[in-house]
Design a protein around this ligand. Structure first.
Ligand code: NAD
Ligand code: 89V
Length: 350
């Protein structure tokens, strides 16, 4: 058995959410994922991350790449910088994982993928909801055929949690709930029920203090014939707020899977119901309620590291994430026109 070679990781962006990436890389170090440098254009954040995780810090990604040997860049800046940073990485032949949203527009996303293909650079999107323990458990139940063929699903992400405190920029976005969190739930719908033939979407802006839509209700017909309802809101007012968990109801011709708050699952098969807890453990650096999201980061980073190391594409490769992003675009078009929309299909450049 040949020893697997270590991979030098470079972190770009050391802001709010990147702290979870950094802790996850620290946990993965014994396995060969070697955080080797950090970069943030804010020198205070760069220095703090470098000091905390014991690696050199930079304020310019190019300078970091000129100075430290990096095999895989983990880009956790916001989407307006993803195209430029991913293009720089590809042109240098450096692999990159880009946080969601891939980019502000479909055209930007396609340009990033085409640039990586041109330079034969490994490219993935850090779309972590599908990597969370509860979602992996539900996927295993479906893949085992426990409920037969999935025919209907409701994927619900409804919260009143103050997301704007940690991510104040969300209040100013011109496109909000579908682009920021709907993108996760649409990816889950693909993950569980496969590709989408067409969808319809209605949006609402229920919070007068923000710029864009904070509520979306999307109905999708999948190519399998299944129908799903994807819901997302930051404007819920509920006592038992499940933030940041996704609630699931998936029905098949042989049963159902229901995922409720607290990562509790009820599986019904052959007329019998079984209950279980399918969440992951609290890690040394995680804290409620973000722990569900944070453990998903650890699993996502491990997936990216192992797939890159082994020369394999990530499940959420750049090309795969275009299929999720196409659903985001279709949802906004449907909300504008109040008509059903078929998602755009990306074809590789000749
Ligand atoms: P943030 O603004 O707190 O952090 C971004 C950091 O990137 C800042 O410190 C900024 O200085 C730095 N930066 C910007 N341009 C740079 C450049 N060219 N080079 C180096 N550093 C640069 O933002 P955030 O809330 O941490 O969000 C970052 C990304 O993570 C967003 O795309 C967001 O959607 C995503 N996010 C994902 C999840 C999830 O995966 N579940 C959760 C929250 C946020
Ligand atoms: O998970 C995310 O992408 C964050 C959210 C506020 C939805 O938790 O932006």
């Amino acid at each position: 058995m040949t020893a697997k070679h270590p991979v030098a990781i470079g972190m770009v962006g050391c802001g709010f959410y990147a702290q979870n990436h950094l802790h996850a890389w620290a946990d993965l170090r014994p396995g060969g994922a070697l955080l080797s440098a950090v970069c943030d254009r804010d020198p205070v954040r760069a220095e703090a991350a470098g000091r905390r995780f014991g690696v050199p810090h930079f304020t310019d990604m190019g300078k970091m790449l000129d100075t430290v040997k990096i095999d895989l860049l983990d880009i956790a800046t916001r989407m307006d910088t993803h195209r430029e940073l991913a293009a720089t990485a590809a042109a240098r032949g450096v692999a990159a994982v880009v946080q969601k949203p891939f980019a502000p527009t479909w055209e930007d996303c396609v340009a990033i993928v085409n640039k990586a293909r041109k330079h034969n650079a490994w490219l993935a999107v850090h779309e972590n909801f599908r990597f969370g323990s509860a979602m992996r458990a539900v996927k295993k139940i479906l893949d085992r055929g426990t409920i037969g063929t999935p025919t209907w699903a409701r994927l619900s992400w409804r919260t009143g949690f103050d997301v704007y405190r940690g991510q104040p920029y969300l209040a100013e976005e011109e496109k909000l709930v579908i682009q920021d969190v709907g993108i996760h739930i649409l990816d889950l719908a693909r993950f569980f029920l496969g590709e989408v033939e067409h969808l319809s979407c209605e949006t609402q802006k229920r919070n007068p203090g923000i710029r864009a839509e904070d509520t979306a209700t999307i109905m999708m017909r999948h190519c399998s014939g299944a129908v799903s309802v994807v819901e997302a809101t930051y404007a819920a007012r509920r006592h038992d707020d499940p933030f940041p968990e996704t609630m699931l109801e998936i029905e098949g011709d042989g049963g159902s899977v229901i995922l409720r708050k607290g990562e509790k699952v009820t599986v019904t098969t052959q007329g019998l119901g079984f209950e279980d807890h399918v969440g992951g453990p609290l890690l040394g650096w995680t804290s409620r309620p973000w722990h569900v999201s944070q453990e998903a980061v650890l699993h996502t980073n491990r997936h990216m590291f192992e797939r890159f190391r082994d020369g394999l594409p990530a499940d959420t490769s750049g090309e795969d994430n275009l299929k999720t992003y196409a659903l985001v675009e279709a949802a906004y078009e449907s909300a504008r026109t109040h008509r059903a929309v078929r998602p755009v299909q990306w074809t590789p450049e000749a």
